[in-house]
Write a protein that binds this ligand. Structure first.
Ligand code: ADP
Ligand code: MG
Length: 696
């Protein structure tokens, strides 16, 4: 039978109704779909070993002859064993198959097979459990680089691989989707070659070529699509024209002079706000670089111009802190600042909402409560999202829809997570990027130490000394409550030793710091308690704050000079960097102590990476390498289409090549109307199927 790209899978041998349904779940219904179902990994099954020489680690292929007829034994109900001895010139190998009784008939004495599996050894006896096997001369999946696919229940990798193999002939003459000049300029393999070799590569080089082309292709379509998005914004929509005002008027309110970087970003922001085109700007600056001042400036400019501004923060603790500091800062300028969080009393919320609708509040700070129903603005011209990576594209859009007029509000996104620039451009492709690449003067880098349990008493002594000098301390715990039964995800044994904030705070107060004023803060506290705890710490009333990661982002108490992080190995690098950013915000030499009992070398390495640098950019790159961008941005909040092959973090080089190619192509043919560019347009459409309006 000849297979075409539109041949239904039900016409392939081995696919009945039931399997077809399961394949459908993966989005596979025709032979062509299989070609685009790229492997997620590969197994090198090429090395052929003699039984005696085979290494005991990793899986190998062994060519051997069955020395006897397989023996079937029923051990007990639900457990069947087939055992057979096979031999080659070097020795014997004892095979055991569990619950695969068909093997008794499939392997025949005297015939030669290739067995693929892990060799084990006891004394001089060598054995293998559940190997994959094929008759010599009829090999399909041994002696080759084997694709490993994403699967679903009832569909094995072996089945999928054999279906792909059957579908492979329809890669013949597959249409080329990339313009010839782009393929040439970037040395990309042909479509047909790539379609075949991504599944069953002849060797590593062929695989690398195929992968490079296909990953490039994905990134290229992504870049083209994002460019469309950006163009749409450039053309599209009126923005509010905020009346200009001398920046100096705002600077006079600040208790410090801005850094050069802050000043530059304020200018960029002011230019956008007054332009009449909707702003979409990402302000990227490491922890402590002073992003709040830029947000305050933008809000001030809007408020003074007769508009409203909203600042969204990811946590209530942070929203309240911003509310306090912005009220204090802007009150002398006659700007009324309001607060709206989910935990406020119904009456309090109602009051704020009324003041927003009536236009009396010109700068509102809040959590996601700001986007809840019933919130209406009179003239919302600016939305600031602090620590954007926790806000989805959707939330931004929802808030934008509340502006109260047809005009699109300006959007300013603040991120402390220093995303590598190329990646930022890619992910926020429709944003302009400003970087605050300078810390306020007089900061000394936070000294960071990785410390084991045996140094605990010394560490407490150090905290005491800092407090005696008038400073304050954070002690961070990974858990809220003791729960000895709770195993963390991915944890084999229950996490018995996690420091839990409640009991730990009590122990510290009783046994370690009976003479100090300790506070406690965690996410399960009542909002009012949280606020009280936070302001007691901010005012210096409590000297040591025992907290969970609720203080992770944004919290600003410049007098705090030491942060202790318990079970530090539980946290990601970027998260640790954020936590560390709670100190070193004032003129005092600050310290970060990472306590760990981990035995994992990898975890220790991560902690030492953090200790060796305060460069947030470097840290986020390390973090990206370790965890991948999906995790990094949390649940695909960046709203980009899913990549099948390309890895946004790992393929940085390829990414900039693809962007360059997209830029060049769109310069020549902005709407992709030329016939030879039609396939590109179609592919972009397909990739952005969830965002169809990018073409409008
Ligand atoms: P982040 O970028 O992490 O949001 P913040 O805006 O919270 O940083 O600023 C960190 C601290 O530095 C705050 O206490 C703030 O008042 C202070 N700060 C900001 N800019 C300056 C500056 N130019 N000079 C001195 N201190 C500054
Ligand atoms: Mg901040």
């Amino acid at each position: 039978m000849s297979v075409a790209r539109d041949t239904p899978l039900t016409q392939l041998p081995g696919v009945g109704e039931a399997r077809a349904k399961k394949l459908e779940k993966l989005g596979l219904s025709a032979a062509g779909d299989l070609l685009a179902w790229y492997p997620r990994d590969y197994e090198d099954r090429r090395s052929l070993c003699a039984i005696r020489d085979a290494p005991l680690e990793g899986r190998v292929c062994i060519a051997a002859m069955a020395a006897e007829h397989p023996r079937l034994a029923r051990i007990r109900k639900g457990l069947e064993l087939v055992q057979v001895k096979v031999v080659d010139h070097s020795g014997a190998l004892h095979l055991t198959f569990f619950n695969q009784s068909y093997v008794e008939r499939a392997i025949r004495a005297g015939e030669e097979y290739i067995f693929y599996g892990t060799v084990e050894e006891q004394g001089r006896r060598r054995s293998m459990v559940n190997p994959i096997f094929e008759r010599v001369g009829r090999q399909a999946f041994t002696g080759c680089i084997m694709p490993v696919y994403r699967l679903t229940a009832g569909i094995s990798n072996h089945l999928l691989a054999s279906l792909v193999r059957q579908a492979l002939p329809c890669a013949q003459g597959i249409p080329e989707t990339l313009p010839q000049h782009i393929r040439q300029a970037h040395q990309l393999a042909a479509a047909e070659f790539s379609a075949k070799n991504i599944h069953f590569p002849e060797n590593e080089e062929a695989l690398a070529l195929a992968r490079r082309r296909l990953a490039f292709e994905e990134l290229f379509y992504l870049a083209v699509g994002l460019s469309f998005l950006k163009n749409r914004r450039d053309k599209g929509g009126e923005g509010f024209s905020v009346p200009p005002r001398p920046k100096e008027e705002f600077l006079a309110l600040l208790p410090f002079s801005p850094t050069g970087a802050q000043s530059r970003v304020m200018d960029q922001t002011a230019a956008d706000l007054t332009s009449g085109r909707p702003m979409n700007r990402l302000v990227q600056g490491d922890v402590g670089s002073g992003k709040t001042a830029v947000a305050a400036f933008a809000g001030w400019l809007c408020a003074k111009g007769g508009y409203q501004a909203a600042l969204m923060a990811p946590t209530e603790v942070l929203a309240e802190q911003h509310y306090r500091s912005l009220s204090a800062l802007l009150a002398p300028a006659g700007v009324r600042v309001g607060l709206l969080t989910g935990s406020m009393t119904a009456a309090g919320k109602k009051k704020t909402r009324a003041a927003l609708a009536g236009g009396e509040i010109s700068f509102v700070v809040g959590t996601h409560a700001l986007i809840s129903q019933g919130v209406a603005f009179q003239r919302l011209a600016l939305i600031v999202a602090d620590e954007q990576h926790r806000f989805g594209v959707a939330q931004r859009a929802a808030l934008a829809a509340k502006s109260g007029e047809d005009t699109t509000p300006h959007v300013l996104v603040m991120s402390a997570t220093p995303i590598p620039r190329t990646l930022a451009l890619m992910i926020y492709g429709d944003l302009d990027v400003s970087v605050i690449d300078q810390l306020p003067p007089g900061r000394t880098p936070v000294a960071t130490y990785v410390v084991r349990e045996d140094k605990r008493q010394r560490m407490y002594g150090f905290v005491r000394k800092q407090v005696a000098e008038g400073r304050q301390a954070y002690i961070i715990c990974p858990a809220v409550e003791d729960n000895p039964d709770a195993a963390l995800p991915g944890e084999e044994s229950p996490a018995l030793n996690l420091k839990a904030v409640k009991t730990y705070a009590q122990t510290l107060q009783r046994e370690v710091f009976p003479d100090l004023r300790l506070g406690i803060l965690h996410g399960k506290m009542k909002p009012r308690e949280k606020e009280a705890a936070m302001s007691a710490f901010a005012s210096g009333e409590t000297q040591v704050l025992v907290a969970t990661t609720v203080v992770e982002v944004g919290v600003d108490v410049p007098n705090a000079s030491i942060i202790i992080i318990e079970n530090a190995d539980r946290f990601g690098l970027s998260q640790l960097h954020q936590l560390r950013g709670r100190v070193g915000r004032g003129p005092y030499q600050s310290h970060c102590v990472l306590i760990t009992g981990t035995r994992s070398l990898e975890a220790m390495e991560r902690l030492h990476t953090l200790a060796s640098t305060t460069d947030g950019f470097k840290i986020s790159e390390e973090d990206l390498k370790a965890r991948g961008p999906g995790d990094f941005f949390g649940n695909r909040q960046h709203g980009l289409p899913q990549m099948k092959l390309a890895d946004l973090a790992g393929d940085m080089r390829l990414l900039s090549e693809a962007q360059e190619a997209a830029r060049e192509l769109l310069e020549q043919d902005p709407q992709l109307t030329a016939p030879e560019n039609r396939p590109v347009l179609e592919q972009v459409r397909r990739l952005f199927a969830d965002t169809p309006d990018i073409f409008n």
